[in-house]
Design a protein around this ligand. Structure first.
Ligand SMILES: [Zn+2]
Ligand SMILES: [Zn+2]
Length: 230
């Protein structure tokens, strides 16, 4: 049985039917939870500090930690010991390694993130829950069909592991439902974007905007997940 810490967020978000990718909504919730954790109780846990010193944070999560303004001194402490760790690697690297080895060590340091590691693991578990619920619960199958579409990255992830995650006889139905959800959403967005562009043509200037004023923003966010647009 899959642990409740993974099933609860999936069921809550699917039941709420957000007007965007449900997996992006789960991702956002989990990221926020991790930001609070890193700046809260984890600060004084030696094991966590060793991990944050080693892995650091990607630009997105470092910016989220800062922008939360929840614990400036805590983020200062994390940054202080992270710089110390990078310094040690650099001085060790300069003594013992070739330029190439040092570049490889920097590449490793630059591509790791304490929060991304946990996020990737958890998102995989959420997708396992989606497969499991889809295969075993007809109410969930209905909820799945009623979602408002998945961003392209989460669409890809749902396709990529479907064969492994679903019993053979359910895979075809799942892929069919998934593609129907996606194609319904794409058709709706395309019609709105098309109308948006037509509204710049003098022949349509007196026609109503309908649902097209924010069609480009909604399309970007549907295709690319939640990105900040001003
Ligand atoms: Zn998404
Ligand atoms: Zn990250």
């Amino acid at each position: 049985m899959i642990e409740k810490i993974y099933t609860i967020p999936v069921n809550e978000v699917f039941t709420a039917k957000p007007c965007s990718c449900p997996l992006c909504a789960m991702k956002e919730r989990f990221e926020q939870d991790r930001i609070d954790y890193v700046l809260g109780p984890a600060l004084m846990e030696p094991d966590v500090r060793t991990a944050t010193n080693e892995k650091g944070f990607c630009p997105r999560h470092y910016a989220m930690l800062f922008n939360s303004h929840k614990n400036s001194v805590g983020l200062g402490l994390l940054t202080n010991t992270y710089i110390e760790t990078v310094q040690k690697k650099l001085s060790g690297g300069m003594r013992h390694r070739s330029d190439k080895d040092l570049a490889a060590a920097l590449e490793k340091m630059n591509s790791s993130c304490f929060i991304c590691d946990q996020l990737n693991f958890t998102m995989d578990r959420y997708i396992d829950v989606i497969y499991w619920q889809y295969a075993n619960d007809k109410d969930f199958r209905q909820l799945f069909r009623e979602q408002d579409g998945f961003c392209l990255e989460h669409f890809r992830q749902l396709c990529a592991r479907a064969k492994k995650g679903l019993p053979g006889k359910m895979k075809g139905e799942f892929m069919n439902d998934l593609c129907n959800v996606q194609s319904r959403k794409l058709a709706e967005l395309q019609a709105d974007v098309d109308w948006f562009t037509k509204k710049f043509d003098y022949r349509y200037k007196d026609e109503p905007w309908n649902n097209s004023k924010d069609a480009v923003q909604r399309s970007i966010q549907f295709l690319k997940g939640k990105v900040e647009l001003n």
